[in-house]
Design a protein around this ligand. Structure first.
Ligand code: ATP
Ligand code: MG
Length: 444
């Protein structure tokens, strides 16, 4: 008797029953073509904006050693404590994690390749992130971020520039500041300032220990700053009255914040200084910020970031400052949908109607020339009557139908029939002059 391979046991199905459809993983979504068109549109906008600010693309793997995130993000953070997809590589026992965020990987990469050797570096990437959270609107287990990092600049100039770049993005996408997106900023100072504040904060929280929830009690001595970030309304009062980190900042930190604010003020950008904005990760210092929207319920942060001047060194690199942000692509698309700012679908320029199979050798080379000239042409595939082909042409969203019927081809011509513009007239064009009418199809 032959033994059954474990993998084939998973794929074989009894011959009598139709196969059960396999489903994707909970919280990890497919992006179908109609939505994917919005992604492409948004990605184009982002790439254009980033290149105008001098950012270059840097791509890092979606899997990294687990230790990178534990060391980079901090052990007592939501992500490391409970959201990471970590596993052991069965081949060699390595401990690996699907990246939950991009900054740690970006820093690892620039350290590994000594990429700051020639000076500062501004980089970005768009990619998949993985967090084991409860899926809901605007929160999934696979999501995508635009991640932007400026390495080697101490600020405050680049801090302000990054925030202004995001305002420029909102404007280019048609979002209205203060109405659709608003900015919150804070300063987390330096580690000695956070240490002094930490002692005062722990004393305050201990004095109100009866009001703390389980999460807060657990974090009281490991990461009390994160308690200020709580979403539990029962703790609002104790958090409200807690000592503020801003009051513990020294002159240099205060000046950094003042200089960032001076640029934002001069640029007419309204923001709220939120002393309780702490961000979820351990690596931040000085400037931190979030862009919040009122249109997405509880998942209100579209974009968050800040300065991390110790992270590069902490991950084994030569000391250098850094600042960056992560922008949730799905949340931004949901926001654009909510305010009706997504572009309408666009069909191809032309749909090629070819009633007779035997004419294909004459027609396809013409279509090739049209595409080489930049015209998008959807060819009717699989034959069908004139009526069927015209119906498909209409459904395709094409502006015109190119009719390669027997009569037209006998005269070495094509009939161009407008499908959308009622005022446009039908014309016939010689096949020999395809370059000329291709330009007409592309329009002014
Ligand atoms: P939240 O408070 O909503 O959990 P976060 O502080 O964990 O956000 P960051 O780590 O700062 O988020 O990530 C940057 C951005 O990535 C967020 O502002 C958000 O737009 C997006 N994001 C984070 N987690 C998810 C998720 N699970 N699903 C979809 N988008 C997400
Ligand atoms: Mg989170």
């Amino acid at each position: 008797m032959s033994s059954v391979h474990p993998v084939s046991a998973l794929v074989s199905t009894p011959a009598r029953k139709p196969a059960e459809p396999l489903r994707g993983i909970k919280g990890m979504h497919d992006v179908l073509p109609a939505q994917a068109a919005h992604w492409l549109w948004l990605e184009d906008k982002l790439r254009s904006l980033l290149s105008r600010y001098g950012y270059q693309n840097l791509r890092t793997p979606v899997v990294e050693p687990t230790a990178l995130f534990v060391r980079g993000l901090g052990e007592v953070t939501d992500i490391v404590e409970k959201e990471m997809y970590s596993f052991e590589d069965r081949m060699n026992g390595d401990h690996l994690t699907l990246r939950p965020e991009a900054t740690a990987g970006m820093v690892r990469a620039i350290n590994e390749h000594n990429a700051l050797y020639g000076g500062p570096l501004r980089v970005w990437q768009i990619g998949s992130m993985f967090r084991h959270e409860r899926p809901q609107k605007g929160r999934s287990r696979l999501f995508h971020q635009l991640d932007v990092e400026a390495f080697g600049h101490a600020g405050p100039d680049v801090d302000a520039e990054i925030i202004l770049m995001l305002r420029a993005l909102w404007r280019e996408l048609g979002l209205v500041e203060e109405q659709d997106v608003r900015l919150e900023i804070n300063s987390l100072g330096q580690s000695d300032e956070r240490l002094a504040h930490r002692a005062a904060l722990i004393a305050h929280l201990e004095a109100h220990a009866d009001l703390l929830d389980e999460d807060a009690r657990r974090r009281l001595h490991s990461n009390p700053l994160r308690i200020l970030d709580t979403k539990n309304p029962a703790m609002a009062a104790v958090v409200e009255s807690a000592p503020q980190l801003l009051d513990f900042l020294g002159p240099a930190s205060l000046q950094h914040l003042a200089q960032v604010r001076a640029v934002l003020d001069a640029a007419g950008l309204a923001y709220r200084l939120n002393p309780r904005l702490v961000r979820g990760l351990d690596y931040y210092n000085l400037t931190v910020f979030e862009w919040i929207t009122p249109h997405l319920g509880a998942q209100s942060t579209v974009c968050g970031g800040g300065r991390y001047d110790q992270l590069i060194e902490q991950l084994g690199g030569k000391p250098a400052p850094g600042i960056g942000f992560g922008l949730g692509m799905e949340r931004l698309l949901l926001l654009l949908e909510a305010v009706d700012k997504l572009p309408a679908p666009v069909g191809p320029v032309a749909y090629a109607v070819v009633p007779r199979v035997e004419d294909l050798p004459q027609v396809l080379p013409v279509l090739e020339k049209l595409r080489a000239a930049g015209v998008s042409v959807l060819m009717n595939a699989g034959g069908g009557s004139m009526k069927t082909q015209f119906k498909r042409a209409d459904q395709s969203g094409a502006s015109v139908a190119l009719v390669f019927g027997p009569d037209e081809l006998a005269r070495s011509e094509v009939a161009i029939k407008p499908l959308r513009d009622a005022s446009a007239v039908q014309s016939t064009q010689p096949l020999a002059e395809v370059q000329r009418w291709a330009l007409q199809l592309l329009g002014p």
